[in-house]
Write a protein that binds this ligand. Sequence first.
Ligand code: IPM
Ligand code: MN
Length: 380
Amino acid sequence: MAAKRAAGKPNKVYRIAVIGGDGTGPEVVREGLKVLRAVATTFNFQYETTDFDCNGERYLARGGDPGKPSVPVIDEAEVAALKTFDAIYLGAVGDPRIAPGILEKGLLLRLRFELDQYINLRPVKLYPNVPCPLVGKGPADVDFVVVRENTEGIYTGMGGVQYQGTPQEVSTQINCTTRFGAERAIRYAFEFCRRRAGPKRMVTLVHKTNVLTFAGGTWFRAFQEVGEEYPDIKKDYNHVDACCMWLVKNPEYYDVIVTDNIFGDIVTDLAAIIQGGLGVAAGGNLNPAGVSMYEPMGGSAPKYTGKNVINPLAAIGAIAMLLRETGTHKGDKRLADAGNRVEQAIMATTPKMKSMAAGQMGFSTTEVGDLVAEAVAKGT
Ligand code: IPM
Ligand code: MN
């Protein structure tokens, strides 16, 4: 009995929902799934995938108005179905024919809210041989994680506009912050820091408590109180503007950053560029007790679509995260180990590439996928 349990979950078939999405999304997802196939063979776990065709193309085909939301980007029944999966793998959202916001709100934000994916997890790691725009910084200096609150702040859509189009126009965009939301993000960050067990063992709260005294106060009090439960972890605080400076000057200072939704949105793009850009940056929208969704950070890159030139490493990195986080949250060590193997294979591949930029990699999209899949099989 004990031996069987120690062997993991031999009969479990992991069910993964795949939303290729727009533009280059389906191309990079294909490479991620290629690597998943390779690592499942190597680590001997079972999974099945189900495709969901929620994208701009379908929105238009259903008669959706390109100028304003008119038909659902994702159906009620599809949202209900997604809630039954073990994980979701998303390619990219965004179609130049459709006004900004329609697909993003209709798909990505809707899923974050409805599936209560309250953590946006963004590991920021500079892989070997990936050029870093920061002078004198290398892989030893860029290795931290941002835990972004993912369901509150100014993303809730509270507020409104009055007298639109007149000189008297007034708009409000409410920063909805709850103690509950701040606390669960902070707790996740401390737990993550403990699991990560890096040499720094520090969580930095990032906010703007000197101006946003109400919302900042809620975050700060939650941080201090929850922090007391983690005496083994150093507690640190930065204002968000100062944090942007330090991320450029001293990225090696950071271990785990926890922050609110919009600050997290902004600092993670800064972080993406110091880890080598959108070709390599991956993230997860997590509900640790529910269904999480993993995605490359890059957009749909319309001008590269269908050319087999886009960098699939971010999407492959999203598979590494999917395996590691699903394995961790569901208590399946084999899956978590498989995720680590995928990350090692990415690190074995970056030194072979000429660049991380689309069209300049020295390889096509599918060839980079092949290189990582081979490295997974070889165990390098
Ligand atoms: C991200 C993106 C989204 C966000 C957009 C596409 C709505 O920028 O995941 O960081 O702002 O959260
Ligand atoms: Mn963003």
